[in-house]
Design a protein around this ligand. Sequence first.
Ligand SMILES: [Zn+2]
Length: 105
Amino acid sequence: MARLRKGDEVEVLSGKERSKRGTVMRVLPKEGRVIVEGVNVAKKHQRQTKARVQGGIIDKDMPIRVDSVALVCPKDGAVRVGFTYKTEGERRSKVRICRTCGREL
Ligand SMILES: [Zn+2]
């Protein structure tokens, strides 16, 4: 089970964008990176095409290392993630929890 998934709110832990928060747009497990909305934005020059009438500069969110971000717990902020098992009737599923307060994330 992945520590992070699409839609998670994360906080940047290191680098010049430290403490910045954003939503995970994509997880790239093979590269060990995630793309976070509004974090590590690069200005890309885009050529004009038939499909894209307007050329020019666009903002592109570049992948960052998964270990440089932390999941945000609504109560504690940036936290370490743990895992536990939850039993609902017959079903037993693995869930992520906040290592600080224990709530399911
Ligand atoms: Zn918590």
